[in-house]
Design a binder for this molecule. Sequence first.
Ligand code: LLP
Length: 436
Amino acid sequence: PLTARVNDRDCLEIGGCDVSALVEQFGSPLYILDEYTLRSACRQYQEAFAQFYPGESQIIYASKAWNCLAVCAIVASEGFGCDVVSGGELYTALKAGIDPKHIYLHGNNKSRDELQLAIENGCTVIVDNHLELELLVDLAKTRSNAPPIQILLRLTPGIECHTHEYIRTGHLDSKFGFDPNQLNDVFSFLSQQSGIECIGLHAHIGSQIFERQPHQDLAGVLVDWWQKAVSYGLPIQVLNIGGGLGIRYTESDDPPTIEEWVKAACQAVVQACEAKGLPLPKLMAEPGRSLIASACVTAYTIGSRKVVPDIRTYIAVDGGMSDNPRPITYQSLYRAILANRMSEPFQETVTVAGKHCESGDIVIENISLPTTNPGDILVVLATGAYNYSMASNYNRLPRSAAILVHEGEASLILERETYEDLIRQDRLPARLMQNG
Ligand code: LLP
């Protein structure tokens, strides 16, 4: 899906920009985001909802996948709202100019300040638990003559799916959302509040999911709960099915297309509503990974090599678990290519190591590549989701820069951190200062 080609220098070109030239200009590691690919994933979602859902729909970007000003601005210009999970993500989305009416605040332990920031800007809160409901009731009292605070209720649907244990959220033993046993209490509590208005229900079952059945089942569960909520007189019009569609990281990954996934979910909602004689809700989804993962690559410069006789050869790159913590966290698999000699045949199998002081800092185990030399450019594919957003300064590596490429133009969207940036928040108590 990347707008990639091999140019006459035998180099990889993305969005019309030569990757080695980008590394020369901006350094490495470098996140390279292809605007066209991101926009086309947005359009695939929009078109699929328009085609398969006869009612109103709204798609919001789960910005935890990659939250920064430029990415928020691009998805907003495609008509997407935004899901944020902290004051920091919310602040960024607001600064990017996203219409607050289309910003939804998530989180299982929102602070009073985070709730306040969302409310005073007119965002919708996706309420996770009782404490939060009480905080909201309290905050509502401080707003005289203001319209009620609009909320969605997040529920734990009890749906299992096959994905990594850490990124499963819909099973009953999850820290997110109200347990189905609490539903009657919550609905009854909400029906007595004037300062908060529950306009919808939300559930999310997990991430990097390849099956369609879990979201079809979820549609049925949400519609059942909706029917119950209506019996309490709650003004619910929105059902939000979360995100979760997986992407292809390696040859063996076989996720449905965006169109197939949307079609399955929409049809399940329509069927469930018909069966219960309910009108169609406004249907929401909040994809993250499937919008942005494939639109970005990370370019690294290759450095040292270590041959462990009869076992393996390591080649090291100039980043690793600080710019992509997914392999060490979830044992995630990635593909990579040698970007500066694209047509050279594979000659060896190597393990790509990061540069961090940790043996587990491996980017890719056992990958076939041409014989590489120091200074070669290795491009790891599909790093748009949960890479920058989970990046760290481990070992005090400055965070990498990110470049947006489009039709031959390269624009800096995240400046590379400097050593100065690294000590910006450091404070040295006077008694520790040397030489006065
Ligand atoms: N909505 C909610 C409430 C979520 O918790 C998530 C992801 C999404 C939407 C977006 O899901 P997506 O479409 O991206 O699958 N760091 C992990 C993934 C964590 C996902 C957290 N929640 C990883 O790198 O795989």
